[in-house]
Unconditional design. Structure first.
Lengths: 137, 528
């Protein structure tokens, strides 16, 4: 059986954070295709237009312009085609309200963006192990 | 003119029947109290007047009875006088002794007196007066046509046989046929009639008196009962209305004390209590206003905290990452560059710590934490465990520490900051930290004594300020927020904190914690 490669959609507005993820992928030698959307609206459009092979895994920031992460999640869970997608929230927000809202919308994980890059690499390594499991037939 | 229009408008609003009721409702409270007391006093006046009137009636009845007795007594006296006259006349006629005539004459005088009295007594009763007059006439007839001629003739009888014969014939013509006796009997009959009439009226009057005495009792008891009942009803009505309104006001004050500021009272009356009610309502609405404002400000502060935690930290993290990547990509061994990048990252870390410090400080007291009873000893041991100080630092926690009701988390925060400070700022690698507790009247006083470097007196207040550190941050990495948070927590709970320390002798942090938590503190909604 052919090994299925999981596509990853990063929904993030901060350029440095995007670079951060890309660099962390490189360091962990993760070669999954990485798609980037700058806000929730863009991400929904990409998912609905079918430009990303289904089902992808979404890494989602919360504070974003136009449509923030929580609003994006609400839309996603309402859409019958997309509501089964795994979502990891990755944010600086340590507010309890954000965590509760996110888990109420059925997220697979909540990653607090650490200040240092090394710690972030560790977090991404954990993610990698998770989607390796998803790729298994 | 405006006054007139005002009156008209009242008539327009209220049906005429309601106006009296409305007037009572709009009366001042003191007027109502005066009216109620006035009404009770008025009832008592009515009682007194009724009693006096009834007493007068009884008095009249008594006088009537006494009058009747007088008439009877006097008529008996008059009869006795007539008897005296008869007896005196009889004795004289038999013996001729003039001594017997003195009762006869005295009787005449006495009868005249009695008649006068009877005449005046019966003047108001024509029937009796007529009888009395007839008796008098009878006695006159007896005296003039029978007694006096006999006496005159008897007194002259011894003088000559002619005189004696005249007496004998007169005696035979009058006394012997009983003409005098007839007249006297007639008068006796009349007296009996008088007495009978009077006796009957006396009985009637006695009965009247008794009944009016009974009436007096009934009326007095009735009126007193009426006065008492109206008094009780009036007092109750007044008291109840006042009490009900005070209970309502009390409920309002209680609900305000319990943090419900939306309560208000409706009072359509216009008296002194209404003024108080209105003031209470105004107070409640003012409180509500300020609390809405406070809630809004609090929400803004939360928003601010959120912005600070996310938006200020994001560029910091970017700087940190970029610095790291530059260092990686440079692949340089230049110690200057490596050192500078290390300092740069250290400063970024410090900035993050300071931001976290501000957040922590602003969060103190803004969240409602559960009030639970907790053992101080347990909290302190938990603090030390979580702190995990080097083994060379010894904490002595006494056995007999109290159990306090309050926010456990806040107490933990206080202990945690104080304990970690005593280890962190110790000048030696080993130390001994002594904890003590004394019970005061309203507070527990805790002391945390270390054998560290001590704090000079001039800094005793300064160290509690936010971002105040004893040493440059480069020497000892610290934000200077810990003690500020401790002070804020303790003061918000109603306690106080101070330092007892001299340079080189270690320092003692003393703080008090109230035994009873301060209730009715600001009840703020959570905005999570």
């Amino acid at each position: 059986m052919e090994e299925k490669v999981v596509n990853i959609l990063l929904v993030e507005d901060d350029e440095v954070d995007i670079m951060n993820v890309q660099r962390a992928f490189k360091k962990n030698s993760i070669n999954n295709p990485l798609h980037i959307a700058n806000n929730g609206l863009e991400a929904l459009e990409m998912l609905r237009s079918g430009s990303i092979p289904m089902p992808p895994i979404v890494i989602l920031d919360i504070n974003m312009p136009k449509m923030n992460g929580i609003e994006f999640l609400q839309e996603l869970r309402k859409d019958p085609e997309l509501n089964r997608i795994s979502v990891f929230v990755m944010t600086t927000s340590n507010e309890d309200s954000d965590k509760i809202n996110a888990y109420n919308l059925n997220v697979a994980g909540y990653i607090l963006k650490p200040l240092s890059f090394e710690k972030f690499i560790g977090a991404v390594a954990t993610l990698d192990r998770y989607w390796k499991l998803c790729e298994r037939p | 003119m405006p006054n007139n229009r005002h009156t008209n408008s009242i008539f327009d609003i209220f049906p005429t029947k309601l106006i009296g009721f409305q007037a009572i409702l709009s009366m001042k409270l003191i007027t109502k109290i005066h009216l109620a007391i006035g009404f009770i006093l008025f009832t008592f006046c009515v009682v007194t007047i009724g009693y006096i009137k009834q007493t007068n009636e009884v008095k009249e009845n008594v006088e009537d009875v006494l009058y009747t007795s007088d008439v009877i007594k006097e008529s008996e006296t008059a009869q006795k006088m007539i008897l005296d006259m008869e007896t005196g006349l009889r004795g004289y006629l038999l013996t001729g002794n003039r001594n017997f005539l003195s009762p006869f004459f005295n009787g005449q005088k006495g009868f005249a007196r009695s008649f006068d009295r009877l005449d005046s007594l019966t003047a108001s009763v024509p029937q009796l007066n007529l009888l009395v007059q007839q008796v008098n006439k009878d006695v006159d007839v007896w005296l003039n046509s029978f007694a006096r001629p006999l006496v005159r003739s008897k007194s002259s009888a011894p003088n000559s046989p002619r005189h004696k014969a005249h007496y004998d014939s007169l005696f035979a013509a009058t006394a012997q046929i009983g003409s005098g006796k007839k007249i006297i009997d007639m008068s006796r009959q009349r007296f009996a009639q008088i007495q009978e009439v009077e006796e009957a009226s006396r009985k009637r009057r006695l009965a009247e008196m008794n009944s009016s005495l009974l009436n007096t009792n009934d009326i007095a008891i009735g009126l007193t009962l009426f006065a008492i009942v109206t008094g009780i009803i009036t007092a109750n009505l007044l008291g109840n209305t006042i009490r009900k309104r005070f209970i309502k006001m009390n409920a309002l004050a209680n609900s305000i004390a319990n943090g419900d500021y939306s309560a208000s009272l409706k009072d359509y009356r216009h008296d002194e209590i209404s003024t108080l009610t209105n003031s209470l309502n105004i107070m409640a609405s003012k409180l509500k206003e300020s609390f809405t404002h406070l809630t809004k400000v609090n929400q803004e502060l939360d928003q601010f905290a959120y912005v600070v935690s996310h938006d200020l930290k994001a560029p910091l993290r970017a700087i940190n990452n970029l610095a790291e990547w530059i260092a990686e990509d440079l692949e340089t061994q230049d110690p200057d560059i490596i050192h500078n990048i290390k300092i740069l990252r250290g400063r970024v870390q410090r900035m993050e710590n300071l931001i976290n410090g501000i957040l922590d400080y602003s969060k103190v007291g803004r969240k409602n934490l559960p009030q639970v009873p907790f053992s101080v000893r347990e909290v302190m041991q938990e603090t030390i465990e979580n702190l995990s100080p080097p083994a060379s630092f010894v904490f002595s926690v006494p056995q007999d520490l109290p159990t306090i009701v309050g926010e456990r988390t806040l107490f933990y925060q206080v202990c945690s900051n104080l304990f970690s400070n005593s280890v962190k700022y110790h000048h030696k690698t080993e130390g001994h930290i002594q904890i003590r507790c004394t019970e005061l009247e309203d507070f527990y006083q805790f002391e945390v004594q270390d054998d560290g470097p001590g704090i000079p007196k001039e800094f005793h207040t300064k160290v509690f300020g936010i971002f105040q550190t004893m040493e440059a941050r480069d020497v000892k990495e610290s934000t200077g927020v810990g003690l500020a948070i401790v002070k804020k927590i303790i003061e918000e709970k109603g306690g106080s904190i101070w330092i007892d320390s001299e340079r080189g002798e270690g320092s003692t942090f003393v703080f008090t914690w109230p035994k009873v938590p301060v209730t009715a503190t600001l009840k703020l909604q959570e905005h999570e």
